[in-house]
Design a protein around this ligand. Structure first.
Ligand code: NAD
Length: 355
């Protein structure tokens, strides 16, 4: 089953680590190095089982290959997961131990932040390896927590999707449901609120929820109902696989665009959204802002304004996908997959590549 999964998704390699001293259990999945070293964040999560963690690492690393290709980055796709509860303080030295795992791959994989992992954790990793980004930036330079950059791209992407589907030039008075108001969701809410959108939010973390509710005059919705609100836009910004055969029939939004990775449970769910005329902004295109920041930081000598310039290309890429989807009468996720796969297969970047 495990090797079958790897073969089906064409992963290059898969690494499991255990550190007896810190009790670190970590996985690094390298999906592709066709375009460059495999880059992607490190997620810390309390998985229900080891099989679930393996599945997550495999799927997330494949998504990173597509994301980096579509963002025009000279990087392949990889991802790390640490099997631990992010709400509990990590054991002393855990992130240094993880850094040694990253280092042992000799640069085939470059790490950064994802769910449950902070800039401070990246600093600890940096003590033992150079294959890390998302570190505190120098004045004006690219770097730091990628989440606000991810939120910028998602905001611009939602605006492009709204324009394409609803013909509206702004988000004023539109109703937007945001699932998960953590690092990215919070910053996205800030921008949506400033643009005049009416926000409906949910989160399992009471503190995050209260903060966004107070600051953005948001309506709190029970977690099991957030996907099904009467809204114009749904922004999944929590965990993956929320769009499936069970949820899609009850979604009322006409546009879906959010930060979460792997929002579709299966490829067929893209067709389900398409059949219901719900415009889906492929996750790995709309949420590429963070990896753009991370990679420009990693390459060195890059400024924040270059990060901004590259993120400003995200809405245009999405509009190309939407136009192709309409013209060919196929779902947006299929259009995006075909584009990404052809970039990787050619082993060369798009003309608009960053470096
Ligand atoms: P985060 O951990 O800061 O925020 C996630 C939030 O979702 C938390 O507040 C959590 O309590 C909440 N949540 C979890 N399960 C939930 C549920 N069932 N219902 C409602 N809320 C729930 O993580 P983040 O960095 O903001 O990332 C959010 C998503 O975006 C993840 O899927 C991540 O992989 C993806 N992503 C993040 C970045 C980035 O730059 N941080 C980049 C690309 C993609």
């Amino acid at each position: 089953m495990f090797f079958e999964n790897m073969a089906n998704q064409e992963h290059e390699s898969f690494h499991q680590f255990y550190d007896p001293e810190t009790k670190l259990k970590a996985i690094i999945s390298v999906h592709s190095t066709a375009l460059g070293p495999a880059a992607g964040g490190c997620r810390m999560w309390q998985y229900a089982s080891e099989a679930e963690a393996i599945r997550d690492a495999l799927r997330l690393s494949q998504g990173m290959t597509y994301k980096n290709a579509m963002a025009g980055l000279p990087l392949g796709g990889g991802k790390a997961v640490i099997l631990a509860d992010p709400e509990q303080p990590p054991s002393q030295g855990l992130f240094r131990a993880f850094g040694r795992c990253v280092d042992s791959l000799g640069g085939r994989y470059i790490t950064a932040e994802d769910v449950g992992v902070s800039v401070n954790n990246m600093r600890q990793i940096k003590q033992v390896t150079d294959f890390v980004a998302g570190l505190p930036p120098q004045q004006g330079a690219a770097g730091g927590d990628p989440s606000p950059w991810t939120a910028d791209g998602v905001f611009l992407g939602i605006s492009a999707a709204v324009k394409h589907r609803l013909g509206s030039d702004g988000l004023d008075k539109l109703r937007v449901a945001v699932q998960g108001v953590g690092k990215v969701g919070y910053d996205l809410c800030r921008q949506l609120h400033a643009a005049g959108a009416k926000l409906l939010i949910s989160d399992v973390n009471e503190k995050n929820l209260a903060r966004a509710q107070a600051e953005f005059d948001a309506q709190v919705v029970p977690t099991e109902q957030i996907l099904f609100q009467d809204v114009d836009v749904l922004a999944p910004c929590a965990m993956g696989a929320v769009l499936d055969a069970k949820s899609i029939p009850d979604i009322k939004a006409s546009v879906i665009g959010g930060a979460a990775n792997n929002q579709l449970a299966t490829e067929a769910d893209g067709q389900r959204l398409f059949d219901r005329q719900i415009l889906y902004a492929p996750d790995y295109v709309i949420n590429g802002g963070g990896i753009i920041s991370v990679s420009l930081e990693y390459m060195g000598d890059k400024s924040k304004s270059e990060v901004q310039t590259q993120i400003a290309l995200i809405p245009g890429r999405l509009t190309d996908i939407f136009v192709n989807s309409d013209a060919q009468n196929i779902p947006t996720n299929s259009v995006a997959d075909t584009m990404a796969e052809s970039i990787v297969a050619a082993g060369v970047l798009q003309p608009a590549s960053i470096l």
